[in-house]
Design a protein around this ligand. Structure first.
Ligand code: ARG
Ligand code: ZN
Length: 411
């Protein structure tokens, strides 16, 4: 029997494995640090050219740039970097192998139920959200607030004790599909809020949470391409490239800087502001809820706590208030595992990029404390952060959230 069954099982296993790793077999992530303007310009040119996936975009002299390069393109990239005397350091020697290993491990665990020992797909996360609302009807409710381009329901969790007539904190995750630590940490924090003893906080603050605001992209990273970033809409009939960068799609200084009009670019702003239905859904919630004091959107990676603006080097007039709260939050975060974060306006910390949700939340939505948080790590694994780091990242980030929560409670 075994001799018949085993090959069958193997066949099923093999055919169920997505083919994505073949293209990424031997793909590397390399780091270079520009020290001259010539080198920085060269890296900008490579970025604009669009043939490489920049895991970390060029920002300033002395700050590292991480580039993923497929096996066939390696020789050309190395030559191009060497021609500008950029020293190349290898960060990941085989991206395809890391993805395959992580996926095999997930398959072996076969975990269908939600936990923070591993990353989970959209269905598992939404089923878990529904179960929370059922288990904690006094603290938590879930409602469908929209539908994604491909038809996935999008849900909002409302977490509070004794009504919602109190200042609100809006939290979203996974605007960028491949940044898996984001929904993992957002759900971790929701779980802490509901299962820890936070009655005091929940009595005076209401949390609105959407852990996965790019559900089509997120699902696609589980089935087809672990490193997909954008949405999955059909935006381009010429080259057939799909999706827009949801964090370049918001209608505030849209497409002015740091975004692309090329549908094939990873930072494509979309054909027009709010072309992506998922971002309309999130926008409508922020608008509807009102009384929001804080907007927090979780990305990865780089360990940064950023505030507006992302479209200009200018700072908002009340930037000091945002900076002060960020400093307090990060201090609490770092105290847990010693994780280092940088703080600043997003343009001055990384690069100018218009059309982000944080800028819209503050500039149009009127939410004073708008932050983009780039979670772990600093590039050792980047988007492929091992599952063993979910809980530590959740623990430290939750400390920061508690600081933000008590600040809101006390103002
Ligand atoms: N890495 C994020 C992105 O590229 C940073 C966003 C910061 N905010 C901004 N408005 N540019 O989307
Ligand atoms: Zn991101």
């Amino acid at each position: 029997v075994l001799s018949v069954v085993l090959p069958l099982v193997l066949l099923v296993l093999v055919s169920a494995t997505p083919t994505q790793h073949y293209a990424l077999q031997g793909a590397k992530v390399v780091r270079v640090v520009p020290h001259t303007l010539g080198q920085l310009n060269h890296l900008h040119q490579l970025l604009m050219q669009g043939s490489y996936d920049f895991w970390k975009e060029p920002r300033a002299l002395g700050s590292p740039v991480d580039i993923m390069v497929t096996l066939p393109a390696q020789e050309q990239l190395m030559a191009s970097l060497e021609s500008h005397s950029l020293k190349v350091q290898e960060r990941l020697s085989d991206v395809g192998k890391v993805i395959a290993e992580q996926e095999a491990e997930r398959g072996q665990r076969g975990a269908k139920a939600m936990d923070w020992a591993d990353y989970h797909n959209y269905e598992t996360i939404t089923a878990w959200m529904a179960s929370l609302a059922a288990q904690h009807p006094d603290l938590c409710s879930m409602e469908q607030v929209g539908t994604s381009y491909e038809g996935r329901p999008m849900y909002l969790l409302t977490i509070s004790k004794g009504g919602t007539d109190k200042p609100g904190i809006f939290i979203d995750g996974d605007i960028h599909a491949r940044e898996w630590i984001s929904p993992a940490v957002v759900t971790y924090m929701v779980n802490q809020l509901l299962t820890g003893s936070h009655d005091d906080l929940l009595s005076s603050v209401v949390f609105y949470v959407m852990p996965v605001i790019n559900p089509d992209g997120y699902s696609y990273t589980f089935t087809d391409d672990r490193l997909w970033r954008k949405t999955r809409s059909h935006t381009d009939s010429v080259f057939g490239c799909m999706g827009a960068d949801p964090n370049r799609n918001w209608d505030f200084h849209w497409n002015e800087v740091g975004a692309s009009s090329n549908p094939c670019s990873e930072t494509y702003a979309g054909p027009h502001p709010f072309s992506e239905v998922e971002m309309q859904v999130v926008r409508d919630q922020i608008t509807r809820l009102g009384n929001l004091k804080v907007y927090l959107t979780f990305h990865s990676f780089s360990q940064l706590w950023m505030y507006p603006w992302g479209f200009t080097t200018d700072l908002p007039s009340d930037w000091k208030d945002l900076d002060d709260l960020a400093q307090d939050a990060v201090k609490a975060l770092t105290a847990i595992h010693g994780t280092h974060y940088e703080i600043g306006s997003s343009t001055n910390t990384i690069y100018a990029a218009a059309g982000g949700s944080d800028d819209w939340a503050k500039g149009v939505g009127g939410v004073k404390y708008a932050y983009t948080v780039e979670l772990r790590d600093q590039g050792n694994y980047g988007f492929l952060l091992p599952r063993s780091q979910i809980i530590p990242t959740g623990e430290e980030t939750f400390e920061a959230l508690k600081v933000v929560g008590s600040f809101v409670k006390n103002t």
